[in-house]
Design a protein around this ligand. Structure first.
Ligand code: TMP
Length: 207
């Protein structure tokens, strides 16, 4: 199914360990089962800037917060140009795991002004819906270490994550729907499905 005029952009946001990737996959399946043409993507991307950003996981001190911000913005610029914009123009549904709200929250927590971060992202298409998964940083860190069996990366230290969570909580854009992620996976997905089905109905698309 092709959506006339323009596609739909949905971002899933939240601190690390909230289950964004799993929920994105479930949502993609749900929409495909309804005949929609879905593109699944994520930021940081696997492009040249995204790869540079992933190197930062190992040693974040190699780069100042301002340089880090420039890298995330450059990564998004390419992502928008090469994938997001063309997919929307083709009437597809784009689901992105993280978008510019992550930059405002994470680079904001690192000392950059969140309002300036939003302004720097004015080139990026506004999402139709932001599914913001919420959870306390303490719970998310336990989940990252226990369930994923991973050590914490530099972006995931507790104090830092607390500041990130507070910034996410402070955003008041009307496209944001907050969903508690400390519930069983199916309950979280049920709330996501309701929010997305409402968006589609509001746009006159039957599901
Ligand atoms: P991921 O774990 O979702 O792949 O994201 C990698 C890390 O990058 C995550 O800890 C959040 C961080 N990040 C930022 O700091 N700024 C951004 O703009 C984005 C998209 C991610």
């Amino acid at each position: 199914m092709k959506i006339e005029n323009k596609g739909i952009l949905i971002a899933i946001e939240g601190i690390d360990g909230t289950g964004k990737s799993t929920q994105l996959r479930l949502l993609a399946d749900h929409l495909r089962a309804r005949g929609m043409d879905v593109v699944e993507t994520r930021e940081p991307t696997d492009g040249p800037y995204g790869r540079k950003i992933r190197e930062l996981y190992v040693d974040r001190s190699r780069c100042s917060p301002a340089e880090e911000l420039e890298l995330f913005v450059a990564d998004r610029r390419l992502h928008v140009k090469e994938l997001i914009q063309p997919s929307l123009a083709a009437g597809k549904v784009v689901l992105t795991d993280r978008y510019y709200f992550s930059t405002a929250a994470y680079q904001g927590a690192a000392g950059m002004d969140p309002a300036r971060v939003f302004a720097k992202n004015a080139f990026a298409p506004r999402p139709d819906l932001v599914l913001l998964l919420t959870m306390s940083p303490q719970v998310s860190l336990v989940r990252i270490q226990e369930s994923r069996g991973e050590a914490l990366n530099e972006f995931e230290q507790e104090e830092q994550l607390q500041r990130v969570a507070e910034l996410f909580a402070s955003f008041s854009d009307p496209c944001i729907v907050r969903i508690r992620a400390d519930q069983p996976l199916e309950r979280v997905f049920g709330e996501i499905r309701s929010a997305v089905d409402k968006l589609l109905r509001d746009k006159g698309i039957c599901v």
